[in-house]
Design a protein around this ligand. Structure first.
Ligand SMILES: [Zn+2]
Length: 244
């Protein structure tokens, strides 16, 4: 883009006048994105732990229902056992009936013993789940407290950064004036985003002071002429020469 002789100097001077502000603006804007995103990530971590805790509690509740069912079953079997014993005492020597009662008692005894073993295993599992749920609940409570503090800090920092950003942008607007054409400004602003907030680079000798690559002689010559906007062939930044 060719501009009138001398005006490229003004353009570069104008851009150099806002580069420091733009670096600050770039950094503050990044903070404004980073802070809420870190908070959201922390929130998601705690929510996932809460979900884990709820899963454990659900499992625990299912297990307790099973334990209750086993207890109810064995109660009924014990009642049946007592009834069989009473009936058995009343048989008065009927061998076939006695044998049948004997058989039922054995089978009830075995069944009760198996149910009791299973019940015991479930109780152990339930105890383990209970202590896991307790530990998770305690972790969640501690993390919620830390999160509340973090969240307050983020709100404060975002508030401060927003105010700072507003002030920087006002200052930038005041400094920029009308020296820079829209397409040059677009190139400059695109480079700010692409190059971590630094769109300009001083050329010292033939070395770009941002990427430290040497530019070809013709780039130096074109830049010295002061007519065109010249970018570093390596890092793309807009080049300027040190003040004489
Ligand atoms: Zn460079």
């Amino acid at each position: 883009m060719a501009l009138g002789q001398g005006s490229m100097h003004d353009v570069l001077r104008a851009l150099r006048g806002i580069q420091d502000l733009d670096l600050d603006i770039f950094r503050v804007s990044r903070e404004l994105k980073r802070l809420p995103s870190e908070r959201a990530q922390r929130r998601a971590e705690i929510d996932s732990k809460i979900a884990r805790c709820e899963d454990v509690e659900k499992e625990l509740s299912t297990l307790r229902t099973k334990i209750k069912e086993i207890e109810d079953d064995t109660t009924i079997q014990r009642q049946r056992m007592r009834k069989v014993e009473t009936e058995s005492n009343k048989t008065r020597g009927d061998a076939a009936l006695l044998a049948a009662f004997q058989h039922e008692r054995q089978s009830l005894r075995r069944s009760i013993s198996e149910a009791e073993e299973e019940g015991l295993r479930f109780v152990e599992q339930a105890d383990e789940l209970e202590s896991r749920a307790t530990a998770l609940r305690a972790e969640v409570a501690a993390e919620e407290a830390t999160f509340a503090e973090l969240s307050g800090n983020v709100d404060r920092e975002v508030g401060d950064a927003s105010k700072k950003l507003e002030a920087l942008q006002a200052e930038r607007k005041a400094r920029l004036g009308a020296d820079v054409e829209a397409d040059v400004l677009t190139t400059y602003e695109r480079l700010l985003q692409a190059r971590e907030g630094i769109a300009l680079a001083m050329l010292e000798g033939r070395t770009c002071q941002e990427c430290f690559m040497e530019v070809p002689p013709n780039v130096f010559v074109k830049l010295s002429r002061g007519i065109d906007l010249i970018q570093c062939p390596s890092c793309d930044r807009i080049l300027y020469l040190p003040d004489a």
